[in-house]
Design a protein around this ligand. Structure first.
Ligand code: COI
Length: 356
């Protein structure tokens, strides 16, 4: 059956939900997808034919530019269900603005805001049973854009597909994360695409991360590409260092993703009277702080992982361990952030967005 849910978006309905095939108590991040997906095509200079349809495979030319030149960007967001069964998004305008910023950097046409929100909210209502209540349960939302024009000339595509997928999620990392500080590889460079959520940024991390895993670590802490002296990001996350009671994180630049969890954490910490420094921090400063017992915590922040504590870091083959502390900022602010996301505490910043 096919219906129109608005003046713009058509819906092709599923025949039968797959929800009973999914074990919601044992989810592996990003492995299961809901009943629906959203698709909208850019052709002849405009976005058109926005459709919500059953999740399924695409048929795309093997010569599509995305396969050859990686012209693709994505976003990561989450929907939450509160104890009353109401659905909430968290700062979705920031994700919308960021995907368009990423698109611009990759020469992809910007997507219209009205269709983005209408698609997102309509699909959330169709897939609402896939959002389980309970602290830690969420629906990971993956909007993305790919270049679909067939042709291997190295130039921007004239055709694109904007899509949204939903994947039920629990925690991203279980347990503490052990990281290696990058001494050779880089995830981004001045003037590059590090600040964009470009698909290729993540592909470029896989090989160095595999090398780190072979040594028993989980992730890489990325350093500046010029000198490998300054600490910039951790794996797919922004990174924070707590030295005594001051939180330090790299300033936003060409090389650093303007993380929504990052800026939310900064706002919460400042509100609670914690000193937050957005400044460059060197490996040397980190190691000295660790030796003086001033380094209390390292943690990554991102939509998927929320806040992920680091238990050990390695540099030049030396491993530095961070002892567990009782008043961990990672734990305190993860709870405070999630209480806002799950509608359990007052939202003084106006970050929650109701879906109805
Ligand atoms: C996110 O936190 O949304 C990310 O971008 C991580 C993703 C690569 C799994």
């Amino acid at each position: 059956m096919s219906t129109k849910i608005s003046h713009t978006i058509s819906v092709k309905h599923i025949e039968k939900s797959r929800i009973n095939e999914v074990d919601f108590n044992n989810l592996i991040f990003g492995n299961d997808f809901t009943d629906y997906m959203f698709e909208c095509d850019f052709r002849n200079g405009s976005w058109g034919n926005p459709t919500i349809k059953p999740f399924g495979n695409l048929s795309i030319s093997p010569a599509a530019k995305v396969f050859h030149y990686g012209q693709a960007v994505f976003e990561g967001m989450k929907a939450y269900k509160d104890e009353q069964g109401k659905i909430w998004l968290f700062r979705p305008e920031d994700n919308f603005n960021r995907i368009n910023k990423s698109s611009k950097r990759l020469a992809i046409p910007e997507f219209p805001k009205e269709i983005f929100f209408e698609a997102l909210e309509s699909m959330l209502l169709l897939d609402k049973d896939w959002i389980k209540p309970g602290f830690g349960n969420s629906l990971y939302i993956r909007p993305f854009v790919i270049a679909t024009e067939s042709g291997v000339s190295a130039s921007p595509s004239s055709e694109y597909k904007f899509m949204i997928l939903f994947s039920p999620a629990q925690a991203y990392y279980s347990g503490d994360v052990k990281v290696v500080i990058a001494e050779h590889f880089s995830r981004s460079a001045d003037g590059g695409v590090g600040a964009a959520k470009a698909a290729g940024n993540y592909a470029a991390q896989f090989y160095p991360t595999n090398l780190a895993k072979e040594q028993g670590f989980h992730q890489v802490i990325w350093t500046d590409s010029n000198e490998h002296k300054y600490l910039e990001e951790a794996g797919t996350m922004n990174v924070f260092f707590r030295i005594n009671d001051t939180l330090i994180t790299a300033p936003i630049s060409d090389r650093i993703l303007d993380g929504i969890t990052r800026k939310s954490l900064i706002a919460l910490a400042k509100r609670d009277g914690i000193t937050v420094e957005e400044r460059r921090i060197t490996i040397q400063e980190l190691i000295e702080a660790s030796k003086n017992n001033a380094l209390k915590e390292i943690f990554g922040t991102g939509t998927a992982a929320v806040i992920s504590p680091v238990s050990d870091f390695s540099h030049q083959q030396v491993v530095y361990h961070l002892p567990k502390i009782s008043n961990s900022f990672a734990t305190i602010f993860k709870t405070k952030l999630m209480e806002i996301q799950y509608n359990k505490s007052e939202d003084t910043f106006g970050w929650r967005y109701p879906v109805e």
